[in-house]
Design a protein. Structure first.
Length: 107
């Protein structure tokens, strides 16, 4: 199970199966999209997670991938006003050219 799936399940059982205080603390410490995770954004762009934020784990900073290569373009999903409508819709297979198809790339 991916960290993002586990976190989604725990949040869905907030106050039912899991104590809210524990869930709140857990959500701040577990990164649903660890650094190096390849993701697909809701605008269909591929990206790689480059930074996580304790206060906003579901909205990391990502680097855009184009034509199988990392670009210099980054998007901070937590703070960029132009990205507030973007979400991570999936963990994507490795979009890099000439590399094995892994879900997580270690930088």
């Amino acid at each position: 199970m991916l960290p993002s799936d586990a976190l989604e399940y725990i949040i869905s059982e907030y106050n039912e199966m899991f104590d809210p205080t524990v869930v709140d603390a857990f959500v701040k410490k577990v990164a649903p999209y660890p650094v190096g995770t390849c993701v697909k954004l809701s605008n269909d762009m591929d990206a790689i997670v480059i930074e996580n934020f304790e206060s906003c784990g579901l909205r990391p900073k990502v680097r855009i991938i184009s034509e199988g290569m990392q670009t210099k373009e980054t998007i901070n999903l937590a703070t960029d006003a132009s990205a507030l409508n973007l979400i991570i819709k999936a963990i994507s297979k490795n979009p890099f050219k000439n590399l094995p198809k892994y879900d997580i790339i270690y930088l």
